[in-house]
Design a binder for this molecule. Structure first.
Ligand SMILES: Cc1cc2nc3c(=O)[nH]c(=O)nc-3n(C[C@H](O)[C@H](O)[C@H](O)COP(=O)(O)OP(=O)(O)OC[C@H]3O[C@@H](n4cnc5c(N)ncnc54)[C@H](O)[C@@H]3O)c2cc1C
Length: 407
């Protein structure tokens, strides 16, 4: 059987691969055997998750997205990309290892922009897993693709912000300890200076988690929800401003760039798992005188999937390396996000098709994977918007008389 570690040797340093081996061992021994039970999201599943989280802490596998000085075990983006080829295989693993969205992205901006007091109040308990957070930006009434349209207002009153508005798709809001809210504080400023990011404890009077909106028929529970949240005269200290007043767009870019690549890293694990299932089943299932693996259509699916997955791995590593070197990698992140979302959906869909009706049941994780994958073409910016960003930036070079320099 193909050993991905051998192939990957050229791509990642041996120390990263050794660490990845620990995650693989943990996943195979402790998590994957319980995955179906975790999907039920009942009391027993919650208890199992807590038990696994404790075990992950004990084994030194906690918070691999954050550096040790912020309470994690991380060593940067390339390192995290390497680990996610394992962690990303299961939807639940990010929660078990304390690196789940949206907390991972929120922790990064808090680490980067937070004051010492904010680190103590919000970041420390977040990275330690004693609380969860949510990122409250998208609103039902305006196009989330264009945040200059946002309506939630924050008005300074003495030494407090007063926040009013309606958000939705605030992932993980049910049961979370605090929100990072994107609110319009300066409506008369130039469009990209109108917004401010504000840290809002979830128990502040006026914060109401209205409901978990079902997504593709699934309402979820706790971390696994996407909620409507109402802010009605919510008062928090001005000291809860993240960064400077008017910095929301700048911080969102910092928040969403790495957040997007975190998603893609996890998708690498999802793609590879779907690929494994597709290839194994194609060899095992027979029709019309031989295994499915001998039909050329199926072989095309396998070859196209292999090409797409490897392209995504290389793009992710390139992007991770650039971010580690302190580049925002705007074009790289955007092109990776839409390209990988397409490959993810294609590979999972082919794997479902090879499984026939079984692919739509709970006999394999594919149906759940397909549900989560579909959303990937929309969250953190729809594919079309990322294509627009890439094309605009490239064309800017040509307009100024230069050509696009691939790096
Ligand atoms: C599972 C999930 C989790 C999410 N979690 C969060 C979260 O935690 N916090 C949060 O704040 N938000 C979250 N979101 C919201 C997400 O970020 C938005 O859905 C996204 O930004 C798109 O905004 P919209 O849904 O309002 O679509 P719109 O902006 O209304 O766009 C609708 C469609 O228009 C098309 N379109 C838009 N602009 C262009 C263009 N320039 N060119 C061509 N076509 C275009 C696209 O096809 C797009 O899908 C989540 C969404 C999902 C599905």
């Amino acid at each position: 059987m193909n050993d991905p570690t051998v192939e990957a040797t050229q791509l990642f340093p041996p120390a990263y691969l050794e660490r990845r081996g620990f995650y693989r061992e943990f996943m195979e021994k402790h998590l994957l055997p319980h995955e179906r039970g975790l999907d039920s999201e009942d009391e027993a599943a919650q208890a199992k998750l807590e038990e696994l989280r404790e075990l992950a802490r004990e084994e030194g596998l906690w918070a691999p997205h954050m550096p040790p000085e912020a309470g994690g075990t991380g060593e940067g983006f390339l390192y995290y990309a390497c680990l996610n080829e394992e962690i990303g295989r299961s939807h639940w693993a990010q929660l078990v290892f304390g690196c789940q969205a949206p907390d991972a992205g929120n922790a990064e901006v808090l680490h980067q922009f937070g004051t010492p007091e904010q680190h103590e109040q919000f970041l420390e308990p977040l990275v330690a897993g004693r609380t969860r957070s949510f990122f409250s930006m998208t609103e039902p009434e305006v196009a989330g693709s264009d945040p200059t349209l946002l309506r939630t207002r924050a008005v300074a009153d003495g030494d407090e912000w007063v926040i009013d508005g309606e958000k939705w798709f605030s992932s993980g809001a049910e049961g979370a300890g605090f929100a990072v809210v994107f609110a319009i504080s300066d409506p008369d400023a130039e469009p990209h200076r109108r917004g401010t990011m504000i840290l809002v404890p979830a128990d502040t009077p006026g914060v109401e988690v209205v409901r978990a909106t079902p997504v593709l028929g699934h309402a979820g529970r706790g971390w696994n929800t996407h909620c409507e949240v109402r802010y009605d005269g919510v008062r928090v200290p001005l000291a809860n401003t993240l960064g400077e007043r008017g910095d929301a767009f700048r911080i969102a870019q910092k928040r969403l760039g790495p957040g997007r690549i975190h998603h893609v890293m996890r998708w690498l694990g999802q793609m590879q798992r779907a690929f494994d299932l597709m290839c194994s089943y194609a060899l095992e299932r027979e029709a019309f005188g031989g295994p499915l693996a001998e039909k050329q259509t199926v072989q095309n699916w396998i070859a196209d999937s292999a090409a797409g997955i490897q392209a995504c791995r290389l793009l992710t590593m390139d992007c991770a390396r650039k971010i580690d070197e302190d580049s925002e990698a705007r074009v790289d992140v955007s092109l990776l996000k839409f390209y990988a979302a397409g490959v993810l959906n294609d590979v999972i869909d082919r794997a479902v098709q090879v499984h026939g009706a079984r692919g739509l049941t709970d006999a394999t994780p594919l149906a759940q994977m397909a549900m989560h994958a579909r959303a990937g073409r929309i969250y953190d910016g729809p594919d079309e918007v990322h294509r627009m960003v890439v094309a605009r930036r490239i064309l800017r070079s040509y307009k100024s008389g230069e050509r696009w320099q691939f790096s």
